[in-house]
Ligand binder design. Structure first.
Ligand code: SF4
Length: 334
């Protein structure tokens, strides 16, 4: 097991306007998230904006301290941030951000930017670092005559390749990709995705892939975890989850994936009512109940836990509790 995340949570106390009257409020950006990731595997984290995907990624990388829970990398607890052990481990976990221009230095040629992580790590001679950086740029498909160019002289796709080369030059075991293609033109997105897949197969890097583009997640991820208001509501094999979504929220997300229909074929799109609730005032019971077309009285009182649905999948929904399923079977048989 490369990465093990157990009951990870990040809570923020929120100052209330009526401090004397009200209870102290807590914003639960992430609230008890668990998953595992093996070498060479890709796990997708999906959900609407604000569901806690990026906060989870930042905690995995040690950029944010968890309020609760633990993270293990190759069986060992990830050390505290800013310690020498954490810095040593950090080079094995790299991040790819959404906007390459925001992370690249516009004043430096790209070869220097890819060499930089090696210099910071303090390994190798100047010649050796330059050689490794050039090899990394070549591996992501950039040609030697581009190496002395500045970021603004490259296209969006080429810039994202530079970011990828800079991450890969340290030979990481884990890549955390936070919306890595959403700032790119559609024509370039496929190139970057194919490149990620090729590099992963070659190097057996594990990828935590955060995206709201479910088509891409379905294409690239082995496993997927669907998040809603800081918690995982469905998790499992990507083809199972997308092929037969069990949670009503996943069903709505999957129904929104564009597909080419035959003439006369009707759309079965599920339109979610309303916006996600305020994370400071998460509804009691199942947090999804105000938007769920299957909500039952129990859903307003009791929060469903994430439980095994079958060999490939877990789901947090009262519809799949054994007693409800048994009740439906009986009703159907009457
Ligand atoms: S627990 Fe109830 S409200 Fe929540 S998703 Fe399932 S059916 Fe809907």
């Amino acid at each position: 097991m490369l990465l093990e995340v157990n009951q990870l949570a990040r809570h923020y106390p929120v100052k209330s306007a009526s401090l004397l009257l009200g209870k102290k409020k807590v914003l639960k950006a992430v609230d008890g998230v668990s998953f595992t990731l093996n070498a060479g595997q890709t796990l997708g984290l999906v959900g609407e904006s604000g569901c806690g995907k990026s906060t989870t990624a930042k905690m995995v990388l040690g950029l944010l301290a968890p309020s609760q829970g633990d993270i293990r990398f190759e069986g060992d607890e990830v050390p505290h941030r800013r310690t020498a052990q954490w810095r040593a481990l950090r080079k094995r976990m790299q991040m790819i951000y959404q906007d390459p221009l925001a992370v690249l230095d516009r004043r430096l040629p790209i070869i220097d930017q890819v060499t930089e992580p090696l210099v910071v790590q303090g390994n190798g001679s100047r010649y050796e670092n330059h050689r490794k950086a050039a090899a990394s740029l070549k591996a992501v498909g950039l040609l030697p005559h581009m190496f002395d160019r500045y970021p603004h002289e490259l296209s969006g796709g080429q810039r994202q390749r530079v970011v990828l080369a800079r991450a890969l030059v340290l030979e990481p075991s884990l890549l955390v990709c936070d919306e890595p293609i959403s700032a790119l033109d559609v024509s370039i997105q496929a190139q970057v995705i194919n490149l990620l897949e090729d590099l992963q197969q070659e190097r057996k890097v594990a990828i935590l892939f955060i995206s709201h583009d479910l088509k891409v997640v379905r294409h690239i991820c082995d496993e997927v975890a669907v998040m809603y208001l800081g918690r995982i509501v469905e998790q499992g094999n990507t083809q199972e989850v997308f092929g037969k979504p069990a949670h009503p929220y996943t069903q709505a997300l999957v129904s929104a994936i564009p597909v080419i229909r035959q003439e006369g074929e009707s759309s079965r799109r599920i339109i979610l009512q309303g916006e996600p609730p305020n994370p400071i005032n998460v509804p009691a019971g199942c947090a999804f109940h105000p938007r769920c077309q299957h909500a039952m009285p129990r859903c307003r009182q009791e929060r469903p836990e994430l439980v095994q649905l079958d060999a490939q999948r877990k789901v947090a929904c009262h519809l799949h509790r054994a007693d409800v399923v048994a009740g439906q079977t009986t009703a159907a048989g009457e």
